[in-house]
Write a protein that binds this ligand. Structure first.
Ligand code: AMP
Length: 280
């Protein structure tokens, strides 16, 4: 596996891959890789000749009071995980490499970013869509892989690619969970022992919601109450939002039909975790 740090090095490699007629799959991440990232890398390897994984903690997608400075980093571990799942190239640009001069361009996807995490993290999705556009322009992938773990992000990027005619196929991959149900996340590292147990309220809430819906419950606000009750019973947990939205518009739905996303963000102590399920 190759490890590169500059845009010109990646461009050179990709130029050669394309000359050789190879298909390039791309997995953008913020590093501190785990099995969730691994599943994306493996899927990319199954469907392409070459897999490029970027790890870049993108400062412009963090708010002023968020965890940019303490976001976990471990390059050696990332290289091991990447290689284990079949990555061919790791691209680890510095902030200076990605943002060498004052940036005057921002990519914005409207509407889909108004609610959920977009409402709670102003500017977050502009940071995401801007950096993903830059990374797509650098890596020129045939396919790019994103997790359903960040369901709103996945839908926003799909929309961006359609609107901008980007020559990339965006592929969504299912959420990988710990055995007890907690969605894998780099941020799980922040959790102390008690918090780790408390964090199960997210997946438990979703499970209770699914059970109620399977038993015929159709009213969104009742389902939101069921989830909120599970979470509010846990003293270490504080709800940021629990929403039920149309998967295509990200707008609230009153009644649960098909194509619905049940999404939440919950603080466990100081750590903000997200989870969701999609009802197809
Ligand atoms: P991150 O490093 O957290 O920005 O995540 C990079 C990519 O990995 C995003 O597309 C995430 O949705 C995806 N991802 C993170 N955690 C998981 C997970 N538990 N299961 C599947 N995909 C994930």
């Amino acid at each position: 596996m190759k490890v590169v740090y500059t845009i010109s090095e990646v461009r050179e490699l990709v130029k050669q891959y394309k000359r050789d007629g190879l298909k390039v799959g791309f997995v953008p991440t913020m590093g501190y890789l785990h099995e969730g990232h691994g599943s994306l890398i493996k899927r990319a390897k199954d469907e392409n000749d070459i897999v490029i994984v970027s790890t870049f903690v993108n400062p412009i997608q963090f708010g002023p009071n968020e965890d940019l400075d303490k976001y976990p980093r471990d390059q050696k571990r990332d290289e091991e995980v990447c290689e284990t799942y079949g990555g061919d190239v790791m691209f680890l640009p510095s902030v200076e490499e990605m943002y060498p001069e004052e940036r005057k361009t921002t990519v914005t996807v409207e509407g889909l970013t108004a609610g959920l995490c977009g409402a709670k993290r102003p500017g977050h999705f502009n940071g995401v869509t801007t950096v993903v556009t830059k990374l797509f322009n650098i890596v020129l992938p045939d396919r790019a892989y994103f997790g359903q773990k960040d369901a709103q992000q996945l839908m926003v990027i799909k929309k961006m690619v359609r609107d901008l005619n980007s020559p990339v196929e965006v592929i969504g991959c299912p959420i990988v969970r710990e055995e007890d149900g907690l969605a894998k996340s780099s941020r799980n590292k922040y959790l102390g022992e008690e918090e780790r147990k408390a964090a199960l309220v997210l997946s438990r809430g979703l499970k209770e919601a699914k059970k109620a819906i399977d038993n015929g419950e159709k009213v969104s606000k009742n389902v939101i109450s069921i989830i909120s009750d599970v979470i509010n019973k846990e003293p270490l947990a504080k709800i940021d939002y629990v929403s039920i939205v149309d998967i295509n518009t990200m707008e609230d739905v009153e009644e649960i039909g098909s194509g619905v996303l049940i999404a939440m963000a919950v603080y466990i102590g100081k750590t903000r975790l997200i989870d969701n399920i999609i009802l197809e």
